[in-house]
Design a protein around this ligand. Structure first.
Ligand SMILES: [Zn+2]
Length: 120
């Protein structure tokens, strides 16, 4: 083995060039941006899910089912949305229809059942 090659392999690393340092900083900044975005997104999602139960006031509402759809009202298309929630503190079952709490209808109650259950 030539002496030059052997020396190159065992030599300590050269000083980093400015381009390499810039690339490393850019990669670290990109990773930090992704990590911060992930943390902020997770916190925002948790804050959104922490609505107080209108029955007991506890932050124990669990999202069960929901939909956002377009419906026809007098021949005009209009947005409609609803979601079903169950409180793990007091057991209340509630329907959020366009931001207003109301009791779920009989047909909504099936959504509170376990997916493989056929009896209430
Ligand atoms: Zn409750």
């Amino acid at each position: 083995m030539p002496a030059g090659l052997r020396r190159r392999v065992s030599a300590p690393p050269q000083d980093l060039s400015p381009l390499t340092i810039f690339a490393l900083i850019a990669i670290v900044a990109l990773l930090l941006t992704c990590a911060i975005g992930l943390v902020v997104g997770t916190l925002a999602q948790r804050a959104e899910n922490r609505r107080p139960c209108p029955e007991c006031g506890e932050l124990k509402l669990r999202f069960v089912e929901g939909i956002s759809a377009t419906i026809l009202v007098h021949g005009q298309r209009a947005g409609d949305d609803w979601s079903l929630h169950e409180c793990s503190a007091c057991g209340a079952r509630l329907k959020d229809h366009r931001g207003t709490w109301e009791p779920p209808s009989d047909s909504d109650l099936r959504h509170f059942l376990p997916k493989n259950s056929t009896t209430p």
